[in-house]
Design a protein around this ligand. Sequence first.
Ligand code: NAP
Ligand code: HSE
Length: 429
Amino acid sequence: MSKVIKIGLLGSGTVGTGVVRVLKENGADIAKKAGAAVVVKKVLVRDVNKKRPYLEDVELTDNAQEIVNDPEIDIVVELMGGLHPAFEYMMEAMKNGKHVVTANKDVVAQMGHELLDMAEAKGVDFRFEASVGGGIPIITPLKECLTGNRITEIMGIVNGTTNYMLTQMTEKGSDYAAVLKEAQEKGYAEANPAADVEGLDAARKAAILGSIAFNSRVSLDKVSVEGITHIEPADINYAKELGYVIKLLAVAKDYGDKGVNVRVHPVFLAKTHPLASVNDVFNAIFIRGNAIGDAMFYGRGAGSLPTASAVTADIVSETRNLVSGTHSMVGCTCYNHRNFCPLEETESSYYVRLHVDDEPGVLGRIATAFGESGVSLKSVIQTRKVENHAEIVAVTHVVQHKHLQMAADILNGLSVVNSIRSVIRVEQD
Ligand code: NAP
Ligand code: HSE
């Protein structure tokens, strides 16, 4: 094969090393599929003296200009992470006529619009398959394979770190801090794992998915975010007892005339739901479309090789385009301007765990607080005593979020209520 496409990597840590490894180990097949050999010409790193597996024979640099301005480089692959200078480097590469591939959801969620505009202006492609769901193909399927659908709902387990943690805490009763450390050691967690456990990583992915699904830009500041930091072992145990598992979900839902809502929060998910058996670092994205019905995409959501798989797919697509002298037909798909449905207007069933005074009449006062707020209760259980308090768990029927908030405000004002320990949405099959 005579044709060679040269790529430059901006960053070669967990994912970048995986990409170099995949291109080396599967290079012969990739060249046949792409119609050209894909060669890594140069790699940007912070520390050029650090020993790096699989990169022994690749030229390293700590100067990004040597990549984004190199006329021999056709595709720039950004795998350094963070907003800046990753954004500026990608913009510069596209200005120089290079196609850009990234796995960086921070930058796609917050500056995707500018990047896609620049790609269009320069007649190049900006691809970001690995930015959501790690190795799972989801961006291309949404933009291309499902393009004939009106998407009404997406529910996704899109953060490998928290799914790993919740699985270990559920199945092994593992300690929160210990499983977070394990997830970091396995290369799943972000540089600052607060982004994982506080839900921000999932929110970035939710904004990307929502924008593509609803053909309308969902800015990150519109996404309501709740992580898993407040989940206690008691919640995990109640979930088990009641027939649920706790999962951190990214939800994007079309509420018709009210608009669309995109959010991230933990849920009590019925054990029979297809997402309930998605465990450990695995991610899955459940999609409802008006033609396909329900569909689910499942795979490893983080880690070196799985993420490299998605990045490599984008590199191969661009190589094919370069070989055939074209560029992709699908750029920015946000041609609509949908209203955003406020969280208060969304509906769900809720699990509420309270610590209350253990005395006669308390249950009645609690039931009245829910009733006054228009919240109908499906079940109430009182099985445990915690220190000097009784622990009560109520599961509501489906109510608007604002009614649940109203009930919580009244409950917080009752002298017999010591604390509301948890409020978690419940999702049935
Ligand atoms: P990482 O292990 O921290 O690697 C980052 C790489 O970028 C390192 O090689 C680092 O150089 C280089 N770098 C960072 N800032 C730089 C700067 N200012 N100048 C020069 N080099 C710089 O990160 P990662 O886990 O591979 O993640 C890369 C991207 O993929 C992120 O956007 C992340 O969100 C995304 N992603 C990661 C995963 C995953 O499972 N890890 C999955 C999906 C998407 P040194 O090596 O010299 O420090
Ligand atoms: N920290 C992320 C996760 C990496 O745990 O899913 C993949 O984006």
